[in-house]
Every structure is written in C-alpha cells, then in structure tokens.
Design a protein around this ligand. Structure first.
Ligand SMILES: Cc1ncc(COP(=O)(O)O)c(C=O)c1O
Length: 228
C-alpha cells in the first residue's frame, strides 16, 4: 500500500536557520564541558520558562530521569511509586539505585491515579514519579498534596508534555525535580538529549554527580554540601 505522504507530519522542521546554527556550533566546539556557551543559554531559558532556579542538560531523557533518582539519594530498601502505563525509562533507572519500583494503576486518562497512589504508600515510600502521558497532564495538584501530606518527594517525567498546562500552571513546575526528554520526536528537541529543573540547590548538586564530573562538579558543587 502506498503511504499518503501529503498528510505525514515531518518533525522536527529543519530550516536554513537551524542548519546554519548547527554548522556554526560544529565549527566552534563539538563538546561543552561545563555550564557555558549554548548549553548555558538553553538551560537558563528553559529554567526561566518554568520559573525554576536550576536546570541541567543531560545526554538523554533517560539520563535526566536517572539523575533525579541519584539526586534524591534512594537506595536498597526504599520504594518509588511509578505509573504502570508509561515509557520504560520513567521506571528502569530506579533499578540502578537498588530501590524498588512500585507500579501503580492509572486513571481514565492513562495517568497515575492519585487514589491508587495513596493505597501504595508505606514507611518505605521515598518518592512518586508521574508521567504526563502523551502531553495530557496527570492530576498533579492532588498528587502534590498527597506527597506533601506524607513527606514524599514528587518527581515529574514531562517528556511528552513540554509546555503543557494544568489548571493555569505549567506541568514540570509541580515536582521537587522534573525531567524532559529532548529526543528527536519531542516537542522541543536537541536530536538527542534531556534536561532536569529544580528549585532545590542540594538536589541540583547531587544530580550533577551522574556524569558531569570534573569541571561542572568542581565549579558548581559548594564545599558545604557533603552530598549526603
Ligand atoms: C515518557 C518518556 N520518558 C522518558 C523517555 C526517555 O527519553 P530518551 O529517549 O531521551 O532517553 C521517553 C522517550 O521517548 C518517554 O517517552
């Protein structure tokens, strides 16, 4: 059967301006070691858009999510409540920390259900991670309230939801830390890449530990932070 190319969505749209910017960057530098140059500009713009103090670019959305789990320092014996319906990478990085993912059922929109989360909470629960599937926001205000009441960290996987708004507020601005994939098919794309944002300096500094060695860690982790 012949594909109907006329109705196919081409994404991302690559125009001359983008081509020129990529070529200019290739000639300038193909590796950026710290918060500088185009990384700094992008991180600052992204953080400003989400009204967050800190942002950190990563090589993928998967690494961005992994960084969130490193940042909150979960270990063997801890549990993280996760959506049963999501992309693998929302959950699989938990396994590298030794903590246990607890799969939780979804509401009618396919997003993790607040009432199901409440049923899964126990003494071992350290965090809840929410995915806003296909750009449809989860009931994030209710989930935030539950996390606050139970002193649990809230993480958001916004990989499908760049710019999505829930009750007049951008999703990604509710969680203690939030992550986005910037992979090729996403609303905002860097070809491959990911980003996290947070308002918490300690969490940001711990997130740097996953692969941002040397310059960036030396320059940005304060000597007062014992990284405990
Ligand atoms: C919901 C969700 N989370 C995380 C990821 C992982 O992102 P990446 O492919 O950039 O590692 C994806 C990728 O498609 C995703 O859809």
């Amino acid at each position: 059967m012949k594909e109907n190319k006329k109705h196919q969505l081409i994404w991302p749209k690559i125009n001359k301006k983008i081509e020129n910017a990529v070529l200019a960057q290739l000639k300038k530098s193909i590796s950026i070691y710290n918060k500088s140059d185009i990384f700094e500009r992008f991180e600052n713009k992204f953080a400003k858009y989400y009204n967050r103090k800190f942002s950190l670019l990563c090589n993928s959305g998967t690494t961005a999510i992994h960084s969130m789990f490193v940042a909150i320092n979960i270990k063997s014996g801890d549990e993280v409540i996760c959506p049963a319906y999501t992309f693998f990478a929302t959950v699989t990085p938990i396994l590298f920390t030794g903590a246990k993912p607890i799969l939780c059922d979804c509401d009618e929109n396919g997003n993790i259900s607040p009432s199901e989360i409440e049923k899964k909470i126990n003494k071992k629960t350290k965090a809840v991670i929410v995915t806003h599937m296909w750009g449809v926001p989860a009931q994030i205000d209710k989930i935030k309230e539950i996390c606050k009441k139970n002193k649990i960290t809230l993480l958001e996987d916004c990989s499908h939801a760049h710019g999505a708004i829930y009750k007049k507020r951008l999703v990604g601005s509710f969680g203690d830390i939030s992550a986005w994939s910037l992979q090729g098919s996403k609303n905002i794309t860097g070809g491959e890449g990911g980003i996290i944002t947070t308002n918490n300096k300690k969490l940001y500094e711990r997130a740097l530990l996953l692969g941002h060695y040397n310059k960036r860690c030396f320059q940005e982790i304060s000597s007062k932070n014992k990284l405990t």
